[in-house]
Ligand binder design. Structure first.
Ligand SMILES: [Zn+2]
Ligand SMILES: [Zn+2]
Length: 343
């Protein structure tokens, strides 16, 4: 996680927290606290340089206080819960971070502390994005997209490249198995990059039928390899077979008006969900109509950004209270209404 505004850096893997502005570093896993500027160090495990009884540590030089019991950090001199410049506060027990609830006199009141402790952490996932390995219109690799989303604070992405009937860059003359292999490269490269980070990458695709597009989740490369004739299926058959195999389908941007969409066609009785928010849309009517359609038919909601470039993430996707580790976790959470669409 990298918050550019505050200069705060958090390494989920190592558990280290580092504030670039104040030079404050904190390693959750080892329990060590280290302030680069003042050179003050506090090792919770060893119990050095702090009062073991109260669990409280204080640095007289820079006025830094760290309370082991509550995990709360406070800078007396700077007058804010940790650092006035970055206005950063960190609660170890809850893993919660905030930059906003600091009172004018620099003291965290009981009220604001309580408020902070009750704000749950959210996990953001992108549900609709493309890579240049498979999508002709995309400008970044799977690995570049992972780094961009990770920096933007997301917990994961679902790679949904245009399938062969959409804006694909996979040569059509190749044998089916080879096309499928090439199609999966964006996802696989993203997955490999994500292994270096604490970040999830799931597989999906965006299937096209004369401009109507379907985000297909929950099926893998094996499904594609097993159905080399799928491009000849009428869309009704595609939707039926995919769902019979455990796939979960959200009709993408059903009311988008664009040069490549000849006529608007919706399939509310044949899909599981509707993409009710696509943050690439500039016209709010497209999403408004999509939401009305979903609600009229009692369909699940998904939201995504349709990002094609790492340099430009439109923002969006879905937010969950719990971390999602698999695409099945995602599907279950959406079905149970546990995800909220990021506006
Ligand atoms: Zn595209
Ligand atoms: Zn798309």
């Amino acid at each position: 996680m990298d918050d550019r505004t505050s200069g705060f850096v958090y390494n989920r893997v190592g558990g280290s927290v580092y504030d670039q502005t104040s030079g404050f570093a904190y390693n959750r896993a080892g329990g060590s606290v280290y302030d680069r500027t003042s050179g003050f160090a506090d090792n919770q495990a060893g119990g050095s340089e702090h009062d073991r009884t109260s669990g409280f540590a204080y640095n007289q030089v820079d006025g830094y206080v760290h309370d082991r019991t509550s995990g709360f950090a406070y800078n007396r001199v700077g007058g804010s819960e940790h650092d006035r410049t970055s206005r950063f506060a960190y609660d170890k027990a809850n893993g919660f971070m905030t930059m906003e609830t600091i009172t004018a006199d620099g003291l965290m009141t009981e009220f604001s502390l309580e408020r902070i402790l009750t704000v749950p952490k959210k996990y953001k996932y992108e549900t609709h994005m493309h890579t240049m390995e498979a999508s002709a219109c995309a400008g970044s690799t799977g690995a570049e997209m992972v780094r961009a989303y990770y920096r933007a604070g997301y917990s994961g992405i679902i790679v949904t490249d245009h399938f062969f009937n959409g804006n694909s860059c996979i040569p059509a003359h190749l044998p089916w198995a080879q096309r499928v292999e090439l199609f999966c490269r964006g996802y696989e490269n993203a997955l490999q990059e994500a292994r270096k980070l604490d970040f999830h990458v799931f597989f999906g695709w965006e299937y096209n039928d004369n401009g109507a597009e379907f985000l297909t989740y929950g099926l893998g490369k094996d499904f594609l390899l097993k159905h080399p004739d799928m491009l000849s299926w009428p869309i009704e058959k595609y939707l039926r077979v995919v769902r019979e195999h455990g796939g979960f389908v959200s009709q993408a941007h059903p009311y988008r008006e664009a040069w490549y969409i000849g006529e608007i066609r919706v399939f509310p009785e044949l899909v599981d969900a509707i993409e009710v928010r696509n943050t690439s849309h500039r016209n709010p009517i497209f999403d408004k109509r999509a939401l009305e359609l979903a609600n009229k038919y009692g369909l699940c909601h998904t939201g995504g950004s349709d990002a094609h470039f790492a340099e430009y993430l439109p923002g969006g996707g879905m937010e969950f209270d719990c971390e999602l580790f698999t695409i099945e976790d995602f599907i279950r959470a959406v079905k149970e209404g546990k995800g909220s669409v990021i506006p």
